[in-house]
Each structure stands twice: as C-alpha cells, then as structure tokens.
Design a binder for this molecule. Structure first.
Ligand code: AMP
Length: 356
C-alpha cells in the first residue's frame, strides 16, 4: 500500500485517551479517524471524525467499519482475535497480528523476547497446582505470579514473599493460566518508546524513567538515569524487537535497570503512557509518529529539545487542574472524562523544565 493522502481515514480500535490523542495527531496531518468502541461517549469521540458504538462481536458493525477506513490501528492490545480475523480480511491492520499475539499473552511474550537473546526475568508457565509447585522449585521466592492474559496496571498479579505463599497466589488467579516470574532486584524502571516505519526505518525516543503508584504509572522523567552504555542498550533492545516483528507503528518497551544490565519487563504494541512527555519534549510526538508509520509516511524527527516530567492526573488529581494551569512550563492534556473515579486516568501534565 502506498502512503495515505490527506483525507484518508484511519480506523482506531478503542476510544480511550490514547485514541483521542492519536485522532488529534491524525487530524493535524489532514487525516480523518473513525473510532470503534463498545462503550458510549468515549474520550476519543470528542475529536474523531466518526465513531461506531458496537461490540467486538458485532460482525455487521465490524464489516461496515472496515469498509469505511483505509488502515486500522488500535489503542489497546486485547482486541478479540475473532474481530481481528474479520477486519483483517478487509483492510490492513498496523501494527501486525504477530505483535498483538506476542503482547496479548505473557508466556508468548517472554518466549519471544528470550528467543531474541534479550534478558527477561526467569519465568515458568503455571496452569495448575502441580505446575505451580514445579515453577516455585525452579524459580524460588520472592516471585510474582501474573495472569498470561488481560493483565494491566498491575492487575492480575500476586506476589510470593516465600514459597509458602504459592497456594494463595494460585487461588487468586481464579483458574486463569499464569506465568511465575522471578522477582527482579532493580534500581529503577525505564521505558523506550520506539517507532518503525513501513520502509523499515527505526527511530527511538530518549528513554524515560518511570515511577508507579498503586500499580499505575505516576510520573515519567526525561532524561532517565542511565549511563551512555545503558541508553544505547535500551535503544538497541527496542530496535531488535521492532525488526523481529516486522513492526509498523509505535511501541512501548518497559525495562528494569539492574546492576547486571537491562531486563525487559514487557512490551506494548501501541502508543504508551510513558511516552506522553514527547508531546512537549519533541518536534514530532509519539502520536504523530504512530500515525505517520501506519499511514506509510516517513518517520518524523523524535529528537528531544527539552527536559520533561510527565505526571498522570488520576481520579481526584483532576481537582488540581486550576492550580496546575497557572504553573510556568506546565502543559495540560485532559481527556474529557466526566466522572473522576479512583484509579481513573483523567489527564496528564507535562512540566517542561529546561532545554535539553
Ligand atoms: P507489569 O504489569 O508486568 O508491568 O508489572 C507492574 C509492576 O510490577 C512493574 O512496573 C514493576 O514495578 C513490578 N514488577 C513486575 N514484574 C516484576 C518482577 N519480575 N520483579 C520485580 N518487580 C516486578
């Protein structure tokens, strides 16, 4: 497929804040977006050209959606396989199915990453009491048991301080297949947001340092504390993953920084919360970069011109907006969500602290 021209329609599966910011970036390049989202009044609905409100098993709605767009992308990795099968028969999906398959399943993800020669936490598949016992024997404690599917923001996880916690951890999975991961002693967490174009060109943003609170990303600080060697390694790891998947689009790669180097925690085949700083730190942010890639355009300049601290505004944090709005160097990005529930991402602020 040749590069899309202005006026072309980019279909986005999912209508949350990521789709909202993708839609804004797409419209800046002259594209239109059509958002497909099961729940009514999604954040992306305010800015998308068209919205389909339908379930992922509504075949007629999926077909009509596919017929109305020139390319399909997505803002979350858990799109049901049956919906993807149907859509892919009509229109190209970027990033591709392999990227989704690998990131939808923690076991497949770990096998893929370690198969590339990258370092991941020791891991073992857990499906029942016997495999749990074997996994604890092989990996030891402390460890973390994670569901292989549908985990996010620390959900679907149980920590084992000692082997004696195994039974309770397994019970908390409610029968879902899981992966036991050895606990990594890391000094801090970083992520690399990287993009790969249709022509195979790869561009990575400067790595950011992430701090979580209650399992949810709290801040991303750029530049991250990394040696020049670690910074190069982080970018090379991301490039390796993108090339191996023949990936087109933006990806988030989360890494643990340890005394023995970088360990890959997980990958997200989409724009990523820890890449929101690029909106005010770079000429071309992650949202535009993703749109460029899926539209078959050349990647843009992702070089960093400023230091940035991104802070997520979660739940009642939204009440601080009037104060933040008066701060020097603070760029607000709000998602238009009416109700501020605890743990709900309402917006973020990028504090631009100085020139890079
Ligand atoms: P995840 O959902 O896999 O991103 O995990 C959420 C958070 O739990 C991570 O950001 C880490 O802070 C922590 N965590 C996850 N896996 C490990 C591990 N193997 N060792 C230590 N901490 C971990």
């Amino acid at each position: 497929m040749a590069a899309l021209h202005p006026g072309a329609v980019i279909g986005i599966l999912g209508g949350g804040q990521l789709a909202r910011m993708l839609s804004v970036a797409a419209s800046r390049l002259g594209f239109r977006t059509h958002v497909y989202e099961p729940s009514p009044n999604p954040p992306a609905g305010d800015v998308a050209h068209e919205v389909t409100t339908a379930a992922y098993d509504d075949e007629a709605a999926l077909r009509a959606f596919a017929a109305s767009v020139d390319v399909i992308t997505y803002e979350f990795e858990n799109v049901p396989t049956s919906a993807l099968d149907l859509l892919e028969a009509q229109v190209v999906i970027r990033p591709n199915r392999r990227a989704l398959a690998v990131s939808q399943d923690r076991m497949a993800e770990k096998e893929f990453l370690s198969g590339l020669g990258l370092t991941v936490a020791p891991f073992a598949r857990v499906t029942d009491a016997a495999s749990m016992t074997a996994a604890v024997e092989a990996i030891g404690a402390p460890a973390i048991l994670k569901t292989t599917r549908l985990g996010y923001d620390g959900k679907g996880q149980a920590r084992l301080r000692a082997a004696a916690d195994a039974e309770a951890a397994l019970a908390s999975m409610n029968g879902a297949e899981a992966v036991l991961e050895g606990f990594v002693t890391f000094s801090h967490e970083v992520s690399v947001i990287a993009a790969r174009g249709l022509d195979g060109a790869v561009a990575a943003y400067d790595p950011g340092e992430n701090v979580h609170r209650d399992g949810i990303l709290h801040t991303t600080t750029i530049p991250a504390r990394l040696t020049p060697g670690q910074r190069t390694d982080a970018v090379l790891i991301a490039a390796r993953i993108l090339n191996a998947l023949d990936y087109v689009g933006v990806m988030g790669v989360e890494l643990f920084v340890t005394q023995n180097g970088l360990i890959v925690n997980e990958i997200a085949p989409r724009v990523h919360n820890s890449g929101h700083w690029t909106q005010n730190g770079c000429a071309v942010d992650q949202f535009e970069q993703h749109i460029r890639a899926v539209a078959g355009w050349p990647l843009g300049d992702g070089g960093r011109h400023s230091d940035v601290v991104m802070e997520n505004l979660i739940g009642d944090d939204i009440l601080r907006v009037p104060d933040i709005a008066g701060e020097r160097g603070a760029a607000l990005h709000l998602y238009g969500k009416a109700e501020a529930r605890p743990g709900r991402k309402m917006g973020h602020v990028n504090r631009v602290t100085k020139g890079a």
